[in-house]
Design a protein around this ligand. Structure first.
Ligand code: ATP
Length: 248
């Protein structure tokens, strides 16, 4: 199976401070959850995969094409939908204007149809004419998700997409992700249950290193008795962070 994303020996730093080091990664078609505590490097990794932050060193390939220059990054971005953690918007734009503008930037064909579809998928059709500044936090987040999924890009990168969503909206979000089966979706989250319910694979990062990459079941299989957590997967995650894995 060919990789949708391949990362080889990635180093990233802010000024002289290394935040990702020696990271190797292959992501295949499907939905992958990216778990890690605050400051683990999740946002930095997603920004790198979104081709916004060029690697300090190492290589990235998106859909088999190396990203080595601004023009190759621009080509890659046509296939990438990215929802940053703190995304900006023009407060006076309507929901539709916001999604349309992002689709236009990505040069999406059949733009009106695709924008309507994305807005419908996030459940905002009835308020697509409302101004962004009049929306609740959860609705703003859903409009942001629409900008990432519009045109069904081959790679969708969502940084903390469920923050601010109420429990019903989180269930809707999971259903939406399940229906994006022609895309590879990478979801950064603190919520282990988001990962256990929708992801085919899980990555656990800490201190800029990848500690685990496998199925949700194999992460749950790392659970050890004395670890805190309400589910096997939470305990497996905590055991992985603590470097204490179940002995098989
Ligand atoms: N612009 C920046 N300048 C300097 N340091 C930064 C910058 N952005 C992030 N960092 C540092 O890089 C490290 C990784 O941060 P990053 O935001 O990638 O982690 P994260 O896993 O996404 O965290 P969170 O879950 O809190 O969003 C942290 O120690 C953070 O303080």
């Amino acid at each position: 199976m060919s990789s949708v994303v391949r990362v080889t020996n990635l180093e990233q730093s802010y000024r002289d401070r290394s935040v990702i080091s020696g990271l190797n990664l292959d992501i295949h078609l499907g939905t992958v959850g990216l778990l890690g505590p605050n400051g683990a490097g999740k946002t930095t990794l997603l920004r790198t995969l979104a081709t916004i932050a060029p690697p300090r060193s190492g290589k990235i390939e998106i859909l088999g094409e190396p990203v080595v220059s601004e023009s190759s990054a621009k080509n890659a971005r046509r296939n990438i939908g990215y929802l940053p953690q703190d995304f900006g918007y023009y407060p006076n734009f309507s929901v539709r204007d916001f999604v349309h503008y992002c689709a236009w930037l990505r040069e999406i064909p059949n733009i009106e149809e695709e924008v309507s579809r994305a807005i419908d998928l996030v459940g905002l059709s009835d308020c697509q004419k409302r101004k962004m500044k009049s929306l609740s936090g959860g609705m703003i987040r859903r409009a942001g998700i629409a900008t990432a999924i519009v045109g069904t890009p081959k790679l969708i990168l969502l940084d903390e997409p469920t923050v601010g969503l109420d429990p019903a909206q989180r269930l809707d979000f999971r259903n939406l992700i399940r229906n994006l089966d022609s895309s590879t979706v990478v979801i950064s989250t603190h919520l282990v249950e988001d990962v256990s319910t929708v992801c085919d694979a899980v990555m656990v990062m800490n201190q800029g290193k990848l500690l685990f990459h496998g199925t949700p079941e194999s992460l749950a299989g790392r659970a050890v008795e004395d670890m805190p957590g309400d589910s096997l997967m939470e305990r497996g995650y905590m055991a992985t962070l603590a470097g204490k894995e179940a002995i098989k």
